[in-house]
Design a protein around this ligand. Structure first.
Ligand code: NAI
Length: 351
């Protein structure tokens, strides 16, 4: 079998640090396992020309959300031997799931592998925005000491209303981590949790329109599907409280690029953070890079060194089972047997 991995370029950092498993140079730490079992491994960074050259002979394609190879319908058609597409991480929206289902290709991701990492990042960025951390940090680097300028937009998080959109694995872990801050937490999800779950997590359900109107901070944790593409467009951003903040560690396309630039430029939103963009990597002139009061990072929240070890272990498990003709862990399956089977995606794509 031929396994093709499309991973981010690791450069000097990955050479120095073998724990950066998600870099192409380190091939998820799986080269010995794949080659000793008699299979071929090609690890690429070029997600267009080099990938397109390999596709006709590829049996298994491994991609990652951090450096997404866009596995379009045309690319799937150009890969007649392709049987399995794996996402090293969580979120397989860079793959045309409907086209994969039609071809009977299995799609799986490493469910749960980086959910704690993302929840921690979301809480960190909520605090960075509300406390206005970055300007105070910048003063230190720039040799300044201007307290008034550093605190003019700095608030306590305590007592604020925080809204979680998508109360799945990451959304729930974010809620648990917010408990210590004495905030009121609302959530919106198209699958309402049980009363017992809401009680344990300390969160209350609110329809989306309500949540937009009431929240000081909104943190987005739903997948990108046809239903959530552009969910935060001009109207919904305008419906948010003036001076509210958004943290989006889910997917860049859930927020309309231009509408956000306008909402930030006009001061309607007080801040925006997160780590997801469209496309990725974001070009140097992506308009979000130069928005006022943002605290964005490149797409790193789900790829701490611990997370990389967990998604490497998950890919190892999938490949070991696949090579042995065994079924994959059910929790990992997104598309199987010609259907989108993951509950988080299946509503949007139909069962
Ligand atoms: P999950 O499947 O456990 O939770 C997703 C939740 O969103 C579910 O409760 C689902 O019912 C809800 N949902 C789906 N469609 C919705 C809609 N139209 N409206 C409202 N709620 C909806 O997934 P998990 O593990 O919590 O991950 C969520 C997303 O976070 C992933 O799909 C991925 O896009 C993103 N992610 C980002 C990472 C990063 O590094 N920035 C790493 C891991 C995930």
């Amino acid at each position: 079998m031929k396994v093709v991995m499309v991973l981010y370029p690791g450069g000097a950092a990955a050479k120095e640090n073998p724990k950066i498993l998600g870099a192409a140079e380190n091939a998820l730490g799986l080269r010995p396992m794949i080659e000793s079992a008699g299979h071929e491994l090609v690890a690429l960074t070029d997600k267009e020309r080099d990938l397109d050259r390999e596709l006709p002979g590829t049996d298994v394609l491994v991609t990652t959300p951090f450096w997404p190879a866009y596995v379009t319908r045309a690319r799937i058609a150009a890969a007649p031997k392709l049987k399995l597409i794996l996402t090293a991480g969580v979120g397989s929206d860079h793959i045309d799931l409907a086209a994969a289902a039609e071809r009977g290709i299995t799609v799986a991701e490493i469910t749960g592998s980086n959910v704690v990492s993302v929840a921690e990042h979301a809480v960190m960025q909520i605090l960075a925005l509300v406390r206005d951390y970055l300007p105070a940090y910048r003063q230190v680097v720039d040799g300044k000491w201007d307290i008034a300028a550093a605190v003019t937009r700095s608030h306590d998080l305590e007592g604020k209303v925080v809204g979680i959109v998508g109360a799945g694995r990451i959304g729930q872990r974010t809620a648990i981590r917010l408990k210590g801050f004495d905030v009121q937490v609302l959530y919106y999800d198209f699958r309402r949790l049980t009363t017992a779950e809401e009680y344990t997590l300390g969160i209350r359900y609110a329809p989306l329109d309500d949540l937009l109107r009431r929240c000081d901070v909104i943190t987005i944790h739903c997948p990108l599907t046809p239903e959530t593409d552009g969910l935060f467009g001009r109207e919904r951003l305008a419906a948010m409280k003036r001076g509210a903040y958004i943290v989006n560690t889910a997917r860049g396309k859930i927020v309309d690029t231009q509408a956000l630039v306008e909402a930030m430029g006009s001061g309607h939103l007080a801040g925006y953070a997160g780590d997801v963009w469209y496309p990725q990597p974001a070009p140097p002139d992506h308009p979000w890079r130069s928005m006022p009061h943002h605290a964005l990072t490149v797409h790193v929240s789900g790829t701490t060194l611990e997370a990389q070890q967990r998604y490497s272990d998950g890919i190892r498990d999938c490949l070991t089972r696949f090579f042995a003709g065994r079924t994959l862990d059910r929790d990992y399956l997104i598309v199987d047997g010609g259907k989108v089977v993951s509950p988080s995606y299946s509503y949007a794509f139909g069962k």
